[in-house]
Write a new protein. Sequence first.
Length: 256
Amino acid sequence: MALAESKVDGLIDVQGLGRRYGEGEAAVDALVDVNLSIARGEMVALMGPSGSGKSTLMNILGLFDRATSGSYALAGTDMLRLSAKAQAEFRGRRIAFVFQGIHLLPRLTALANVELPMAYARMPKDSRIRAAREALALLGVESLANRYPSQMSGGQAQRVAIARAIAPGPDLLLADEPTGALDRKSGRLVLQAFQNLHDQIGVTVVIVTHDPLVAQHAERLIELEDGHVIDDRIVRDRIIVDDGHDSHLGPDGGSK
């Protein structure tokens, strides 16, 4: 598995981004003049209530939607100048997704589920098996390699889904309400998995959430309201999960 590079340069650069749906009096501005940059290796939460624009922004960052104004560069490439086909190819190579719904294929084992995107990409079998096993180990679920989704808890299945997302070595991992369908304990373990990926190997993680507690596990928080970025700040009292238990980092980075 190709791991992300260390945090040394910008990965995402968004300037004056807007997204309008409809025309005339029926037009709705889902995003208005959004400006933000995310460095390679950051762990960022996009937070806001329903209708704030956070899901629209995630869909544009993930190349599922296209902005109607402004610019969006990912890894130095202007996304808005690419054709739909080129965007799809870029997305398949460079961006990974984790959703609230886990979407593992029920008739495949955990290992086969993690292998699947790499098989579609025509990666040699030995290489993709090795990458899949490494990803499962990073997520602490290597013992589940031969189990089917019906034999896993919700939290275990979500961690397998995260392993599937990171195994090909994407530049960007987008997670949409990844703990929304989980109980508190399972959700905490999933957030620990994201923190480990970010802190230990430098994966760039963007989590979309409406939950301030989930957002507090990131190192940076971007808040949206009515399509506008209303706040962009470092999380000063970050929650760190260790062996399923929460601790807090104070402003100086020390545990408390």
